[in-house]
Design a protein around this ligand. Structure first.
Ligand code: PGA
Length: 255
């Protein structure tokens, strides 16, 4: 049984005061989230104070990116040991904005994933195709190397969460249908099976991301291979994030 997982990717949003308010809202509303893993990934300047704000709650803390080296002359970068020091247990790696806007490719992401898992943290590793790739019928052709070239048996499956995020659905309000998402999730799980074997693959959470909102969460989370959500825009409003967590709770209690 995979524990459902709802993660919020705050991207480059929130000052400290705004972040404290958002976390207080999430904390106070987390009453019916039993059996759900909840993660928030604020921007890096908020990690230390927000680690304090979530202390003693079930909210876990993650970062949105990390450098693959432990330390060194890399101006503007932050390493995994530093994120661990700040209280992070998770790091998002390979988000499409990192791939498309900052040129991160599979070979680099393979090193980043290993830096995260090797330090004992969990990588939330993102994959997904662009609209042009989907329309050209190349979704599997794109997702396959994103999985195969980055993951491997040397990446501990216990330290891995995968997120399928079709680029055309991110921040656009255009969500994959539950069937479209399930089809790719099933494909990802079969690729994971070729690396980790069927039992290993069955234990890895595969999240969906891309315009997940309170009103579409239940349909997506009701699919057999969708184990949770990576939420962008809707995680910036406590009531919306909580509504998605509740939808997950209901969807998974029915399964
Ligand atoms: P969105 O972002 O929910 O705003 O589409 C999701 C993500 O980029 O992780």
């Amino acid at each position: 049984m995979r524990t459902p997982f709802i993660a919020g990717n705050w991207k480059m949003h929130k000052t400290l005061a705004e972040a404290r308010e958002l976390v207080a809202g999430i904390r106070n509303g987390l009453t019916n989230a039993s059996g759900i893993d909840v993660l928030i990934c604020p921007p890096v300047q908020l990690l230390f104070p927000i680690a304090k704000a979530v202390l003693g709650t079930k909210i876990m803390l993650g970062a949105q990116n990390a450098h693959e080296a432990t330390h060194g002359a890399f101006t503007g970068e932050v390493s995994v040991p530093m994120l661990k020091d700040a209280g992070c247990t998770h790091v998002i790696i390979g988000h499409s904005e990192r791939r498309l806007l900052f040129g991160e490719r599979n070979d680099r992401l393979a090193r980043k994933v290993r830096a995260v898992t090797g330090a004992g943290l969990t990588a939330v590793y993102c994959v997904g195709e662009t609209l042009a790739e989907r329309e050209a019928g190349k979704t599997q052709e794109v997702v396959r190397p994103q999985v195969d070239e980055v993951l491997g048996r040397d990446v501990q499956s216990e330290r891995l969460v995968v997120a399928y995020e079709p680029v055309w659905a991110i921040g656009t309000g255009r969500t994959a249908t539950p069937q479209q998402a399930q089809e790719v999730h099933g494909f990802i799980r079969s690729r994971l099976g070729s690396i980790y074997g069927p039992t290993g693959a069955a234990n890895i959470r595969v999240l969906y991301g891309g315009s997940v909102k309170p009103d579409n969460a239940a349909g997506l989370l009701g699919q057999p291979d969708i184990d949770g959500a990576l939420v962008g825009g809707a995680c910036l409003v406590a009531a919306d994030f909580l509504a998605i967590i509740s939808a997950a709770s209901e969807a998974f209690s029915r399964q």
